[in-house]
Design a protein around this ligand. Structure first.
Ligand SMILES: NC(=O)c1ccc[n+]([C@@H]2O[C@H](COP(=O)([O-])OP(=O)(O)OC[C@H]3O[C@@H](n4cnc5c(N)ncnc54)[C@H](OP(=O)(O)O)[C@@H]3O)[C@@H](O)[C@H]2O)c1
Length: 321
């Protein structure tokens, strides 16, 4: 079957190991379903995989992709949940030390077919296309958990989203503003700042700008490039939620500010199946549709990876199968 996969790992030239070509059909264990993929979305995670973060040489070749929407063996339209916990794990699966993601340990979703545990399949909402639904399992689920589970965002609070053009960031802008929060963003390019306003942000600033007021919650996925600004943007008692560090994971910690202003620095990773269901319901009830930068056939996946790597994307890149 056709797939986009990592054939080699290269920290400096991640696309050097990307191949679009033939891979074996999935061989699902008992209790797993094979989903015929209609759309799969690209995440920064796929670039990390090609750089060898979370993926080792001995797992290659590995089909990339954590996200897909498609059709199950009974003809139902479905979305997959990418966090695969141990079958005996009963609590929040993001805390399972044995959890893996599709494309780490299990072949990923950028393929004609993908195998997932049956419990990791949820109905696709009728209100969304396959392309839109394929954006939910990683970027949108991560944003949902960062805002509502980990960040405690409530109507009327002010949220700063750093790196407004990103997949997680665009989801955070749309979800937080739909939930009644005032959303401020930073983005490097004027065009991305303009698009953030059209997605629901009240104001958009250049990275590092002194804000008109301090905020309740910061949504941080950029890392070193924005960390200092994120800490300084918070009100006393505010919360910085971090799920990514695209520009580096060793910024100065700003400890004096953290303890003196009693800030909370909260980590967040992916989300649970229950949160994915709630995210879908929230989107349907508020007529929310994931932000898609471009849709490409899987055969042209390299073009999408190149755009994500050069930072010219706003929202999600989706591959159709
Ligand atoms: N822990 C988890 O479960 C989890 C889940 C999802 C994502 N993540 C991580 O979160 C990060 C974002 O993921 P994504 O898929 O949303 O990535 P993405 O779509 O590639 O977005 C990255 C954003 O980072 C900003 N950025 C990049 N370099 C920058 C720089 N030098 N200075 C300022 N901003 C910069 C850009 O914002 P502007 O161009 O708009 O300024 C860009 O849009 C990744 O590191 C990913 O691995 C983690």
């Amino acid at each position: 079957m056709l797939a986009a996969f990592a054939s080699a790992i290269d920290r400096d030239d991640p696309l050097g190991g990307l191949k679009i070509g033939d891979r074996p059909e999935p061989a699902p264990p008992d209790g797993w379903s094979v989903i015929s993929v209609r759309a799969a979305s690209l995440n920064h995670h796929d670039l990390w995989s090609l750089r060898g973060v979370g993926l080792s040489e001995d797992e290659l070749p590995m089909i990339l992709g954590t996200d897909a929407a498609g059709v199950d063996e009974d003809g139902h339209e479905v979305v997959i949940h990418s966090v695969i916990s141990d079958p005996d794990w009963r609590a929040d699966e993001t805390f399972d030390p044995k959890r893996r993601l599709l494309s780490e340990g299990y072949q990923g979703a950028m393929a004609e077919r993908v195998a997932v545990p049956r419990r990791n399949v949820v109905p696709k909402p009728r209100e969304m296309s396959f392309e839109e639904a394929a954006c939910l399992p990683t970027a949108w689920l991560t944003a949902y958990r960062m805002l509502f589970t980990r960040g405690g965002v409530v109507p009327g609070c002010t949220v700063l989203v750093q790196g407004a053009g990103g997949g997680v960031a665009t989801a955070a802008i749309v979800l937080a503003s739909a939930a009644g929060a005032r959303v401020w963003v930073t983005a490097r390019a004027e065009e991305k700042r303009r698009q953030a306003i059209s997605l629901g942000a009240e104001e958009a600033f250049e990275p590092g700008t002194r804000l008109p007021a301090r905020v309740d919650v910061v949504i941080e996925t950029v890392g070193e490039a924005t960390w200092k600004h994120s800490v300084r943007a918070l009100k006393p008692g505010g919360t910085l939620v971090v799920s990514g560090a695209t520009t580096g994971d060793k910024p100065p910690a700003e400890l004096s500010r953290v303890f003196f202003l009693q800030l909370s620095v909260v980590g967040s990773t992916m989300g649970t199946l229950d949160e994915l269901r709630r995210l879908i319901r929230f989107c349907v009830e508020n007529d929310i549709h994931p932000v898609i930068d471009r849709t490409l056939p899987l055969t042209d996946a390299r073009e999408g990876f190149e755009a994500l790597l050069d930072g010219s994307v706003v929202g999600k890149v989706v591959f159709t199968v």
